[in-house]
Design a binder for this molecule. Structure first.
Ligand SMILES: Cc1ncc(COP(=O)(O)O)c(C=O)c1O
Length: 417
């Protein structure tokens, strides 16, 4: 359920007509609903009745206003870079609810996060562990560590967002993990506190989650047998959403399946949901610039693959809806952007209401991995982000300017002559 609905013929976000926002901020723009964000966060978080922390996956949607909202709702953060750490601290998140994932943390990033006193580092390799030990020793402190274990489970999702298979770059292979924990136990500046895993994104079936939890449970028993006690079990994110006709489990079914398996374990659970909270809480609003007909009919809009990469990158489906419905009939069209790439499309061969120049379209379910994956490709300023709260809207990120596009660039002296 989300708060993007037609009232009369006009698409609204909560009680604000989308066209009234477009008239003020121009297009394209990302538009989020506070009500949907809040409801989705609470539905997920309250589904777990065991001790847990919901660490929102910042990579999915990283605007500091949205992070502040989740912090207010009691959430934490799963970060994957120093930049994300900077954001979550600015947003006022409690460092003791921050976990740091990712295969390639630099020494500087490790130092920054150690200084911020985050809850856990999800370490993904021996070399990362050794580097963390070195940095923590230099700082005279202990690093709280959880190892990301790769359980070799097929998440049955798109290959680019599968992370829990042995052939993926993520985590430590489960059969090598015990040795790594033993090594960590010997390190003076490492405090081994947890086990983590994340097998992939946009999962629409619960069985891979359960299979991976079972493997991890078996591994935790081995650790216990070796005298290594675990306080945190981080199950990552990955719960899918409906973009088209998928039927993903409700967060309560996901939570029930996990809690049932948790049984005898009394560690604090950490969850890292991203898409399931923000995916359907945001849309991308774009305007039809031109239409043209040849072998195909093209609707050329002002948002491109630099603004929303998912269709080009994964062949992902996003429903496209008119911001104003009229009795205009339908036709089969490709909706494409202004980027100089044939791969620049938002949808292909889709039956849509007939569009004319100037019409506004809502690219739905764009709240996750939408703005955060956007770029300046073709020197296009990144779009603005708007947050609706009931009957008001707020610019939570300004549209970039041309000056900002070249702000870090300079012409060296030898080219000035
Ligand atoms: C380590 C980790 N945690 C959590 C997530 C969030 O996944 P999702 O948005 O599918 O919930 C990701 C995304 O790939 C991830 O890599």
């Amino acid at each position: 359920m989300n708060d993007f609905n037609y009232i009369g013929n006009k698409l609204h976000c909560e009680s604000v007509p989308v066209d009234s926002i477009a008239a003020k901020v121009r297009t394209p723009f990302y538009l989020y609903s506070t009500e949907t964000l809040t409801r989705h966060f609470k539905a997920f978080d309250s589904a777990f009745s065991l001790p847990h922390i919901t660490c929102f996956a910042v990579k999915s949607c990283s605007n500091i206003a949205i992070l502040r909202l989740f912090a207010r709702l009691g959430g934490g953060a799963d970060i994957v870079s120093g930049g994300e750490l900077f954001r979550v601290l600015k947003a006022g998140m409690d460092p003791k609810k921050i976990v740091y994932s990712g295969v390639g943390k630099t020494e500087d990033e490790l130092r920054f996060a150690l200084g911020a006193k985050i809850l856990l580092f999800n370490v993904e390799s021996i070399q990362e562990l050794e580097t963390l030990q070195g940095v923590a020793a230099e700082m005279g402190i202990k690093a709280p560590v959880s190892f990301r274990v790769n359980p070799d489970v097929d998440p049955k999702t798109h290959a680019y967002i599968s992370t829990g298979l042995a052939k993926n770059k993520f985590g430590i292979p489960i059969e090598q993990a015990l040795e790594v924990y033993q090594q960590a136990e010997e390190m003076a500046n490492i405090d081994t506190l947890g086990v983590s895993c994340h097998i992939g994104s946009q999962l629409t079936d619960l069985s891979p989650f359960v299979e991976s939890l079972n493997k991890i449970k078996g591994f935790i028993r081995k650790l216990e047998g070796d005298g290594i006690a675990i306080s945190y079990l981080d199950l990552g994110g990955g719960l899918g959403i409906r973009y088209d006709d998928e039927e993903p489990p409700h967060p309560s079914a996901y939570a029930d399946a996990i809690m049932k398996e948790m049984g005898e374990f009394d560690c604090t659970l950490i969850l890292e949901p991203g898409r399931v909270i923000v995916g359907n809480a945001g849309i991308l609003v774009t305007k039809v610039l031109y239409t043209k007909t040849g072998e195909k009919k093209f609707i050329i809009v002002d948002a491109g693959m630099n603004d929303l990469a998912r269709p080009s990158l994964y062949g992902a489906f996003h429903s496209i809806q008119p911001v104003e419905r009229r009795d205009q009939g339908t036709e089969i069209v490709d909706v494409v952007g202004p980027i100089c790439e044939t791969g620049d499309f938002l949808s292909k061969g889709r039956e849509l209401p007939i569009c004319e120049r100037g019409n506004l379209l809502g690219v739905m379910s764009a709240g996750a991995y939408g703005f955060t994956m956007s770029s300046n490709y073709n020197s296009r300023p990144r779009v603005c982000e708007i947050l609706v709260n009931d009957d008001s809207f707020h610019v939570i990120r300004k549209r970039e300017t041309y000056d900002q596009l070249i702000a870090g660039e300079s012409i060296p002296d030898f080219l000035k002559k």
